[in-house]
Design a protein around this ligand. Sequence first.
Ligand code: PEP
Length: 265
Amino acid sequence: MRDTRATDRQQGLEVLDMKNLIAGNWKMNGTMGEAIKLANSIVDAIQSDAQLLEKNDFLVCPPFHHIVPVEAELTMAVNIGGQDCSPFDAGAYTGDISATMLKDVNCSYVILGHSERRSYYSESNMLIKQKAQMANEQGLTAIICVGETETEREAGQEQDVVATQMLESLPEGATADNTVIAYEPVWAIGTGKVATIEDITAMHDFIRAKLAEKLEGADKVRILYGGSVKPANAEEIFAVANVNGALIGGASLKAEDFVGIAKAS
Ligand code: PEP
């Protein structure tokens, strides 16, 4: 296994050992019964594995109406979160779910600015920032997703795109406790294509440096990688120094794969 943490230690660079966050984005999939079964299978697979729990924090983000029944099946070891929240707190916003409502049903995280929401619903950085603000005010940790398209990468614009998305989406008062960044190259989501380890390393180092210009305690902000993460490629990805977990789509719908990814950390 390539262990860049070990290399950094040898070079005298500070390396913070934070737990990896293994986050599953279930998107718009499954029946209630399937969601409950998946939750049970995940709990069964991790609860007796002390080493796994020592190294990882777990999070599942089901569709909104599955949150309550799924949460009832989870143990303390698995957090629950939403896949989005409203920029408003309450009132006449048909179809919206507020951060307050997520908090009320024991969510501790919310995914914001996923590329599917940025592209299908034209979500802007400003809107994502407003949502993140609401999430933080309610005590939720915002997982802010950023990532370039294939065309942007081919044009050499990936760092500019990611920096702009991240810095414009971060709310006032963002800290390592209330913010997680998920770097998800759009072309790697659900496609089976994974960024190279060199590209992941370069982008995660870049994100860490950009965060340091903006936040105190930036070294403690978790930066997740997302994009076709599977048990077979997870070990190499988790060995990158500034990768602090994964945001997982397709593979989070199978308990064996989701937990298999965690076992690679
Ligand atoms: C995602 O949707 O955030 C994602 C990373 O999906 P997948 O793992 O299927 O590529």
